[in-house]
Design a binder for this molecule. Structure first.
Ligand code: SAH
Length: 368
């Protein structure tokens, strides 16, 4: 096992089939060896090149000189009572930590994956936002979360992951290349074989990323975290709105639907006294009328850290939902966070852990 690779080595876990074919041919091997490597890495979860028994010893030796297979170190696993969610904390070679969550819901087995360490977007209600931005994950580190969660689900329950959502830590569209690369790898039949309709990318509203994703041949689901119905409030809650206003975001979502034929999901976090008024419900219905979409209401998960935000009382949530349903033709759902008991909302396990560790300095990154 190679948890962290020397800088000059290629991480085979990040390579797409065509890149692996180029690599194996450059080492004088037949191209079909690339498929064998993909099966070992993404299918069987093997990181030790010496265990890849259908490759000749000489080839394994050659391969080890130029390449390795990385793996995240699992440092904590925490399950919700009732077994509906299982949260994993992974450590990077830099000792930074990211989380992934397995969510069990009916027949669905969803892996929620992180795309960045921390996040540069600084949404005021989000635990990850409070960490600042520490770096992007590589495609290997993104897909490895899925591989490790899959392995645990298979060994403990004999089940397979059915869905993937990119809504753990970070803004996936600000780590576009690595995220899309990981999404291409997880579709391969050699590995988890999860693609298209089974995968959702969730964004805080990075418009150029949405427009670019709309042009990929991936047919992914897109979720947009809208969370406010006026630019004034959204500018405060989600500073990315100062660059990309609500109207522009809605237009990008409409374009996504036009090009991909898939309804966009608008996520709307209900914050007591901030985003949960009757006027908000009516404005939300109005704003989204022109975009074929689904509306997903998420009652706020209160953070362990002291933030000014609270979850609205149950009656307020019910009234908001009823009012919205009465005024929109779109499907409305209410998501009760399945990870609530284990702090599975965005970034919270990290927070709980991180309070006992020395602080690290975040990197300032302009969004543009
Ligand atoms: N950056 C991406 C994905 C990560 S955030 C995005 O913004 O979509 C995942 C979702 O969780 C977002 O919809 C965000 O608005 C929501 N969220 C963040 N903190 C939350 C909390 N404490 N309670 C409920 N939802 C939260």
């Amino acid at each position: 096992m190679t948890p962290s690779l020397p800088a000059e080595q290629v991480d085979l876990k990040s390579l797409l089939p065509e890149e692996l074919r180029t690599l194996v041919s450059s080492l004088g091997q037949d191209e079909y060896r690339a498929g064998q490597l993909l099966s070992w890495i993404h299918g069987k979860g093997v990181e030790d090149i010496d265990q890849m028994s259908n490759l000749s010893r000489a080839f394994r030796q050659q391969l080890k000189e130029v390449a390795g297979v990385s793996r995240l170190r699992e440092v904590q696993r925490q399950g919700a009572p009732g077994g509906q969610a299982l949260k994993f904390l992974f450590e990077l070679p830099t000792l930074e930590r990211v989380e992934a969550v397995l969510i069990i819901d009916g027949k669905r087995r969803t892996a929620c994956l992180s795309s960045q360490v921390g996040c540069p977007l600084d949404c005021k209600f989000c635990a990850t936002g409070r960490m600042g931005f520490l770096g992007n994950l590589s495609a290997a580190q993104i897909i490895d979360q899925l591989l490790q969660v899959s392995r645990v689900l298979l060994s403990e329950r004999g089940e397979r992951i059915t869905h993937v959502v990119m809504r753990g830590m970070g803004e996936p569209l600000l780590n576009y290349e690595q995220v899309v690369r990981a999404l291409r790898l997880m579709r391969l039949e050699h590995g988890p074989a999860i693609g298209g309709r089974k995968v959702t990318v969730s964004t805080a509203g990075y418009v150029p990323g949405i427009l670019r994703l709309a042009r990929e041949d991936l047919n992914l689901g897109l979720a947009v975290s809208l969370n406010a119905t006026t630019d004034e409030l959204r500018d405060d809650l989600m500073p990315i709105n100062r660059k990309f206003k609500i109207a522009e975001l809605l237009a990008a979502a409409a374009e996504y639907f036009a090009l991909r034929g898939r309804r966009v999901t608008f996520e709307y976090v209900l914050l007591a006294g901030v985003t949960d008024s009757d006027e908000d419900a009516l404005r939300l219905a109005d704003l989204t009328r022109g975009v074929p979409c689904k509306l997903n209401l998420i009652p706020y998960n209160e953070l362990a850290e002291d933030t000014p935000f609270r979850r609205p009382p149950a009656e307020r949530i019910a009234r908001f939902r009823a009012l919205l349903e009465a005024h929109t033709p779109m499907a409305v759902t209410l998501r009760e966070s399945r990870g609530r008991d284990i702090d599975a909302a965005c970034g919270q396990l990290y927070q709980a852990q991180e309070r006992q560790r020395p602080a690290r300095t975040a990197i300032a990154t302009p969004v543009g």
